[in-house]
Structures are given as C-alpha cells and as structure tokens.
Write a protein of this length. Sequence first.
Length: 210
Amino acid sequence: MENQVFVMQHPLIQHKLTYLRDKNTGSKDFRQLVSEIAMLLCYEATRDLPLEDVTVDTPVGVAHTKVIEGRKLAFVPILRAGLGMVDGVLSLVPAAKVGHIGLYRDPKTLKPVEYYSKLPHDIEQRDVIVLDPMLATGGSSCDAVTIIKRSHPKSIKFMCIIAAPEGIKVFTETHPDVQLYCAAVDDHLNENGYIVPGLGDAGDRIFGTL
C-alpha cells in the first residue's frame, strides 16, 4: 500500500484544508477552497507525466525545452460532490475531457447505487483521474473505478481531499493497480459512515444544501 497511497503534505494544501474543515466556512469560500486544493493535488498527481524534447523560437534565440509526451487526460468526478473539484483541475489541464459518474449512497445499507455514467468517447486513449472530495467507506470510489475500467482507459488514478482508513483499506484491496492521492487521512468512520473529524457532507457544503 505504501506505493499506492500518496498523502500530500504541502503547506498550502494543509493550510487550505484547515479552513475547509471549519464548520463556519460558508458555501462560497468552501467551493473556492475545494477548487484550490484540487488544483494543488492535481499538480502532484500529474508529476509522473512523461516529457519529450522540443525546440521553440524565443525572441532572442532557440530554446531546447520539453512538452508533455502525447498523453491525453480525462477527469471523471463522482456526482455530485466531485463536481466541486473540476474547475481546479481544469485550470491546470484545460484540454482534458470530463466524464461523469453518478452514484448515491443508500442511507440504510451505505452501499453506492449507480444512476448515471457518461465517459469521453475516446476514453481508451486517455489517462483518467477520478475525483471525489471524500473517501469514506470506499464503496462509491471502488464502484466508480470499476465502471471506468470497463472502458479500458490507459490508466486510472483516484484523487480525494480527505480519506478514512476504512475507505483506504477497501479501495487498495479492490483496486491495487490504482494510485490514490489525498490531502489527509482522518481517524475513523462514525456509525453513519461519515469521516471523523472530516468536514461534514462535502456535497451539501459545496452546493449550500445543508
């Protein structure tokens, strides 16, 4: 698991995460923080993209420099909370395609139920990063990755902001080939399946539906 789970300790991420957790942070600021943290996490998650050498003409000469080597990216947010991370990651990779996976958690069983799936038509040519602010029980994230794997993308990574140890265990056991990036690993899940201390319901806080 050590080679699969990456916890980002960058000071800017940790600073913004503190205000994201605060129950007094309103929806407008919460959305902005989710977007900014997603952008910083994406910076780390794309660190291994391969480069190729190119030359460009500058105003004073020729520069021997690099560009990303023919890799196509797709971001797939898990609805609805994952939508809050999309603007941040697209600010870094504006040419990426965006798919959507719709899952909701049954309040009695805590199991995810699929209601929507729409992926880029050329998904098999793309490296996919799945987006969801919270990795709680692991059910939704595992199901989303399973759905995406059916379309045979080149690779898949999963990116969240806060993860629970229980969710990490389920995810890494179910998808040992998928790297997981997060900003914090919290203590545990409560009896309702919420991450403690967490930040509450990310979707409700993003969209102001508390």
